[in-house]
Design a binder for this molecule. Structure first.
Ligand SMILES: NC(=O)c1ccc[n+]([C@@H]2O[C@H](COP(=O)([O-])OP(=O)(O)OC[C@H]3O[C@@H](n4cnc5c(N)ncnc54)[C@H](OP(=O)(O)O)[C@@H]3O)[C@@H](O)[C@H]2O)c1
Length: 275
């Protein structure tokens, strides 16, 4: 059995690779840049060149593969159905998909494909906190417009659920809503990050429009930026209500934000001044 992991170098994908290897599986990690990915995966992982947003590049990557993990990234919605068709034609019989926040064309195509599929429906990833690194390192501040709650999930828990769904029976045709173990406001996250990194971090509020402009300056469309900032302005019940899916599926409690913060604390510390 061989699993192809798309998005393998990313926040969730790299944990999916590690978890499958830990469970003794043969894994192929897909990346657009195999040279850059060198040394980033456990021994035995086969790194293959290709992009999931260009399914025509996946001929060799899909050869002999019977399971597939898909992360819905930008650029995939248009070609996702073609990717799913190509995978099924190549012999893939089981697929996990990390949704893009809603059931779109890719999620629909996976559901209609006839293979055993499991849809992972995380709310906010803890790794979104990495966006704070620059301002925290430089000034000890987090600039966000809203102090609203979010039931953030650790990326490794998304991966742990994916691995169970890929390797064990009984998860086909299921959509799994996924959250972490607590719903935390922005200030509560900052307090946990302060403790983990050993430095004072404060919230410096910005306006809704400044937050939209910041995303647009990174290439996000106005519509998408408005959607994302609006999500924080008025998070819906799914975003703030803790569910126990991680524990039910994996048998282990979901990882806390304190654990995530401890794992990444060094990245938030002030740069050392050279003498
Ligand atoms: N962040 C959240 O709170 C959240 C919540 C719910 C759902 N999601 C979904 O999860 C996705 C992100 O997951 P993630 O953080 O694990 O992924 P990621 O780290 O953003 O990307 C995973 C990998 O996919 C490849 N990739 C990224 N964008 C691409 C593109 N446009 N075309 C081709 N390849 C691309 C890159 O690999 P290479 O460069 O190595 O090829 C990248 O390392 C989002 O797009 C969203 O749909 C996110």
């Amino acid at each position: 059995m061989t699993t192809l992991v798309t998005g393998a170098t990313g926040n969730t994908g790299r944990h999916v690779v590690t978890e499958l290897v830990r469970r003794g599986e043969r894994v192929r990690a897909l990346t657009r840049d195999p040279a850059a990915a060198e040394g980033r995966f456990p021994a035995g992982v086969e790194v293959v060149a290709g992009t999931h947003t260009a399914p025509e590049t996946l001929g060799a990557a899909l050869d002999g593969v019977d399971r597939l993990h898909v992360t819905v990234t930008t650029g995939l919605a248009e070609v996702g159905p073609a990717l799913v068709r190509r995978a099924v034609d190549a012999g893939v019989r089981r697929v996990t998909v990390v949704w893009g926040g809603a059931v779109g064309p890719v999620e629909q195509a996976v559901g209609d494909s006839g293979v055993e599929w499991t849809r992972l429906e995380p709310q906010e990833f803890m790794s979104n906190t990495l966006d704070w690194i620059e301002s925290v390192r430089a000034e000890g501040v987090v600039r966000e417009p809203y102090d609203t709650p979010s039931a953030l999930i650790h990326e490794a828990d998304i991966a742990a659920v994916a691995a169970v769904a890929l390797l064990d029976d009984g998860h086909a045709g299921r959509a799994y809503p996924l959250t972490g173990p607590a719903s935390l406001t922005t200030r509560e996250r900052i307090a946990i990050l302060s403790r983990a990194s050993g430095r004072d971090i404060v919230l410096a509020p910005i306006t809704h429009e400044q937050a939209v402009d910041r995303l647009m300056s990174k290439g996000v469309s106005r519509a998408d930026a408005e959607y994302v900032v609006g999500w924080y302005a008025a998070p819906d019940d799914a975003a703030t209500t803790v569910v126990d899916t991680v524990e039910r599926v994996t048998g282990r409690p979901a990882r806390t934000f304190a654990q995530w913060a401890a794992e990444h604390a060094e990245r938030f510390q002030a740069p050392r001044v050279r003498r």
